[in-house]
Design a protein around this ligand. Sequence first.
Ligand code: ADP
Ligand code: MG
Length: 694
Amino acid sequence: MNMFAAIDTPIQYVKGVGPKLSDYLARKGLRTILDLLEYYPRAYEDCRQARDIRSLVEGETVGLKAKIIKVSHIPIGTRRKIYDVLVMDGSGSVHCKYFRIPFRGYFERFRPGMEVRVVGRVVNYRGKIEFHHPDIYEFNKDENLDALVPIYVETEGLTSRKISRFVKAAIDSLKTSKVAVPETLPKWLRDKYRLRGRLESFEKIHCPPPDSGVEFSKLKTPYHYRIKFEEFFWLELLLARSHEKLKTHSAIAVRSKKNLCGKILANLPFSLTSDQKSAIDEILKDLSNSYPMHRLLQGDVGSGKTLVAFLTAVEVIESGYQAAVMVPTEILAEQHYKVANRIFSPHGIKVALLTSKSSSADPKEILAELKSGKINLVIGTQALIQEKVEFRNLAYAVVDEQHRFGVEQRQELKNKGISPHLLLMTATPIPRSLALTVYGDLDVSIIREKPPGRVPIQTRVVFQNKRQQVLEFMAKQTSKGRQAYFIFPLVEESEKIDLKDAVREYEKLVIEFPKIKFGLLHGKMSSEEKDEVMQKFRKNEIHVLVSTTVIEVGVDVPNANMIVVEHAERFGLSQLHQLRGRVGRGSLKSFCILLMGNAVSNESRERVMWLEKTNDGFELAEADLKIRGPGEFVGTRQSGALGFKMADLVSDIEILKEARQAAKNLIAMDPELKRPEHIVLRETLEERQRIFIG
Ligand code: ADP
Ligand code: MG
């Protein structure tokens, strides 16, 4: 029997589970006892002090005991329904609203008169206190009423109470079996950071002692600390290790001459901002190392990152090597290509454009010239990472709008050279806590300062009753020769949701404003069609561009000074900020109008109002992270892959910092985790590696 036998035991052998239920649990990702132990309660209900409905305060997460009065649904629009469970206690009543069904059969369980527990966050909707998507459980009279009851996320056919029973049975069997739960963290680390034991933490989290207090409900006990610390620690350890490993690869050390670079700069109609200069210096310093650069360049929209990439590429090219810039859209690739051509071709640097539909030149010729080294700089979309693309000596790979790409794609671009220097660029400012996790193995340069002379954008959050005024304002702007963007969340009418869509609204606008020339742009169009529309917009042959978020990244048309976003509540703050960045690029006074849909909650409104309050992308990113969680920044797939089951990137940032420091110290002391006391660490880390990204 190996030492992990106990927590490795299939869930089927837990008392009360059996083969049939274990199949179901396996589909939910619960296969072993360990999976069950790591299915942590998301809250605790304190049965000792029930809350009155009358005393509820907006923003708090509470549990209360109440009786169901009525279950109903309210149709909104033609297709959607809101489900409403009205509950009461001695002090008053409160509505529990659901905008979708949590799982099949959820509402069918409830009857008027049923005693329930309601656990959720209190929201204020148009001046009234209510719950949105709370968890409602049938109240069980057998439950021990003077204790904290753990609340688990329920699924169809699996109540919180059942889960609690299984976990308790599993813990009991672990405690009576002779095989201990293996401790994953070395003793010195546990001592240094005062971390509780692993089994003890599992036990206390699932079965809080009778005298425990409010710190449990806040998930802030020494036991929670231990688990959160460990979750962060594995990620930070991986990052620290991969950062260390980079230094073992060898890259071309570029000795910058600043010769051509100076000439190019002298030809530009403006001078660099000091943030651009320092970013360039940081990059050049990295490029001069004989191990590969791994750097992230963060800069708000319009801060001039492209130029930083091009000016550093010059040094690589002057040293006789090739550089590549990969961007997410064809529109952007063409835009960059034009800029690059303009500044480089007078100096004999050969620039090429490679997209899946390269209109500019024969792709065969481009491929041949990339291979022979005749092309010095190539700008392209994902077409760059096709197998047939070969370079002579790629030494510098730049990925623009890097969050649009997956880790694999970035890696594939790197594989086109022999450990080339890598520069990732993003206009989505990443909150500090996330930068420490997801990008923990990157060095970061930041451009905060915008080029001088930009007029601040006026932002207004507006409701549908003002829509006509907005349209008329737009008509007035275009009659003065200005241009506008009109952004929609969807391409076409949707069966499921009642949202304005780009195609239908475009058709309406064309009829309503015959003097304005409208264009339509969305992701379902072919790239030729998109290009044609973009070209016309650039030449002001189209005055108002009706579009989905395909224009979100990077597009630069200085004459456009107005952007209207429909259903602004559907977008993340960072995304809205990106969209807003499409205007305010010239010296014109610019406007961003955020139109809210009907029936939006106060919460959504407050959220979107952030854009009126600040123009600082970093501040918005922090707010977005607090409100919507990390998915916005790292992509849902990747945020799941971080493997956090309890730790929270917003509220647990202090723990994250400690775990990061601990990981760094450990790697500095024992880079390959070879010491005997670190063997368990290394093995666990290798197991975890599969879970994490990169
Ligand atoms: P982003 O950082 O969003 O990618 P861009 O690189 O597209 O920004 O730059 C936005 C615009 O600002 C471009 O038109 C570019 O030519 C211009 N620009 C870049 N640097 C400066 C500068 N130092 N002074 C004035 N304009 C600049
Ligand atoms: Mg850009």
